[in-house]
Design a protein around this ligand. Sequence first.
Ligand SMILES: NC(=O)c1ccc[n+]([C@@H]2O[C@H](COP(=O)([O-])OP(=O)(O)OC[C@H]3O[C@@H](n4cnc5c(N)ncnc54)[C@H](O)[C@@H]3O)[C@@H](O)[C@H]2O)c1
Length: 268
Amino acid sequence: MSKFISIENKVILITGAAGLIGKELCLAFLADGAQVVACDLNPAPLSDLGTGDRAQNVITLALDITVAEQREEAVRQAVEKFGRIDVLINSAAIDAKFDKGGTGKINNSRFENYPEAPLRQSVEVNMTATIQMTQVVCRQMVEQGHGNIINLASTYSLVAPNQGLYDFGGQISYKPIDYVATKSFIPNFTRYLATFYAKEGIRCNAVVPHGIENNHSDEFKERFAQYSPMARMCDRKELIGIFVYLASDASSYMTGSVIPVDGGWTAW
Ligand SMILES: NC(=O)c1ccc[n+]([C@@H]2O[C@H](COP(=O)([O-])OP(=O)(O)OC[C@H]3O[C@@H](n4cnc5c(N)ncnc54)[C@H](O)[C@@H]3O)[C@@H](O)[C@H]2O)c1
């Protein structure tokens, strides 16, 4: 381990911990000696986190970030167990994944037809509840006099989706507006928190991942490669380094940064 970058004994609370990115981060943080509060709407996939040597360094919690009592309870349990929260990672989000094979969402996903219910749900989770979860943790961070927030943005926080990516041989699906709209809020939310708390010892930065490989079809991967400067999707392990760095004191002069880890997707 680098002597410059350490997260040993950092208390890291992560929402959406059971997700594709969240679980990978939990495992890496625990392996690097951090203390992890792993929270998810559905914590079942996290059941193996708290076993063996790691048991005393982790708690897994059922947390729906849209429910006020559950937000309060997660922070209460984190502080009861570990005494403080050094880092909050806001990873929980609704990402209306494209319809892999079917035609069902084709019309719904088009901008002019996109329905109100999923739009409202994405606003509720990806914006309102993300702000509210951060508020509860910030109360704790202000009280303890330090803190560090890392938000999950997306390339769709910065650029529009290339809808050609979702063209399945004439069966076009679309990346819908709810995800793009609600992820576009993350960079400025990050800058808002960074500047609001800069003098109070609380930092806030965002990571911009893109295209984490997850059993995608060969056809999709080939199309992705055509649009990607690096001509490939991201292995989830390639995200770990930036999170460890941002969670560590090695990044102590960084706040308000929005950092793409996207194989160059937003570079052209
Ligand atoms: N996977 C990618 O390629 C990619 C790319 C860019 C950005 N991101 C962002 O990274 C983050 C994580 O993505 P992922 O791929 O791990 O997503 P995922 O869908 O695999 O995981 C998201 C997790 O959030 C949880 N969740 C949903 N609603 C919740 C709620 N109300 N309360 C608590 N938990 C809730 C889900 O149960 C799930 O485990 C998201 O913010 C996403 O927008 C992902």
